[in-house]
Design a protein around this ligand. Structure first.
Ligand code: ZN
Length: 137
């Protein structure tokens, strides 16, 4: 397992971390298997989304904030219930297959850290599980 840090710059923001994840995967020297990403936080998430047209993530962020408003009459005194709810909805962990020691993403896919309570420094944990054939040692 390895990790890297992401400094977010806004309260709510999607940050493309595909290159950082691929670097972390390459350093583990496993060519085929499964990559698990996990963020040990309660107010951000990791997702796979389109990363070519920035309007996609802009629309998604705006829509998520309409679905879960910032001021929703919540009880939590810290004032960031919106961020906690969106973190749970999108999830703090994803799995992506590996091929050739790289993420096997679709042409238009990228890995993003979804920040909902920034700006903060976030940690992304990268665990790679190697694929093995039956009978291999
Ligand atoms: Zn809180």
């Amino acid at each position: 397992m390895s990790d890297f840090r992401v400094k977010t710059k806004a309260r709510a923001q999607f940050v493309d971390i595909t290159d950082e994840v691929n670097r972390a995967v390459a350093a583990q020297q496993i060519t085929t298997g499964l990559c698990n990403l996990f963020v040990p936080h309660t107010t951000c998430a990791v997702i796979v989304s389109e990363n070519w047209d920035a309007d996609v993530t802009t629309d998604m962020l705006a829509h998520l904030q309409r679905l879960v408003p910032r001021d929703g009459g919540y009880r939590h005194g810290e004032g960031n219930s919106q961020a906690h709810i969106l973190s749970v909805m999108l999830g703090t962990s994803i799995n992506i297959p590996l091929e050739g020691a790289k993420l096997k993403l679709g042409k238009w896919q990228g890995v993003m850290l979804a920040e909902f309570d920034g700006p903060r420094e976030r940690t992304v944990l990268v665990s790679v599980v190697a694929a093995q054939r039956t009978g291999s040692k």
